[in-house]
Design a protein around this ligand. Sequence first.
Ligand code: OSB
Ligand code: MG
Length: 370
Amino acid sequence: MIHLRRLSLFLVELPLRRPFVTSFGEERVRHALIVAVEGEDAEGFGECVADAGPWYSAETAETARHVILDFALPLLQRASLSHPRDLAELLSPIRGHPMAKAALEAALWDLFSRQEGIPLWRALGGMRDEVPAGVSVGIQPDVPSLLEQVAAFAEQGYQRVKLKIKPGWDLEVLEAVRERFGSLPLQVDANAAYTPDDAGRLRALDRFDLLMVEQPLSYEDLLGHARLAQVMRTPLCLDESITSPNRAWEALELGACQIINVKQGRVGGLTAALSIHGLAQERGVPLWCGGMLETGVGRALNVALATLPGFVLPHDISATERYYREDIAAPSFRLTARGTIPVPQGPGLGVEVDLARLLRATVASWSRRL
Ligand code: OSB
Ligand code: MG
């Protein structure tokens, strides 16, 4: 049984080392809602991946706080859970809000695995002690700046580079990157910046030998992606569209993607991510773990998930120093000479939240007894 005494939320603002620009906007500061649950003899932490504004997803850090405190907490107070995987069922009366649910579930997984004295990756059924690291490079002011950044990341040893694209920052840019880095494993992510009318432009991406094109069309448009997949040689990967195991099943049934970017925070939690993993394993669909510029807490969650056997492609899991000067958790994640991130071996997340740093980054907090 998981006995909970207290639930606390910390809204933190952590400045990014460099602004991160995508087709949907620019992020200079990461706004993260950190969830802490206090059990009998241990504490667990989770991180909500929702941003300050509803640009990547409908959820925001503020809607997550509202849903966790005003709707999830009362459900939690009336129930007793024997395992973190039971939370999703308990919260099922709440429609939507997968990011809010995932953050709470993550804290329970951390608490549970700490109480069991095992690392989270083991509790999830993982099987790796390091995970292949990729890096996601935002839209740059000009092509020379992009080439400079890609060169630096390739030099550091990242196993593949993902370029953010949008109409006008795509074909010419890829031409330049391919010319300079002939054999570098490359993929692109449009964050839904194209429409079915752009099919011609998207087909032109086929000549750059990309590992995949991620989320070219609207988050709502599974059928559009299925039609696009028919005319493209490059595999399609979905990110924003996959908000639950059921949506993953629909996408695969429709042929809307050949690859899934799994973010535990986007699909409703680690348990939901495990069911997507099961689905993908049955069908031989390759998975990789996406990122949302998480702090060390969220990064530890992603690393643990990426140890599962179906996660076979390089992840958007980069070293801490790629994102932050000072993180709220320690130790930080480093890139090995092999281009991997070692999996922490301590109990739970395997990283510790530095309370002083957490409080320094906190702009608002809430705490409730359970
Ligand atoms: O689409 O994968 C995305 C960051 C914020 C929001 C959406 C995305 C991303 C990234 C960065 O691509 C991945 C990372 O955390 O390194
Ligand atoms: Mg993406």
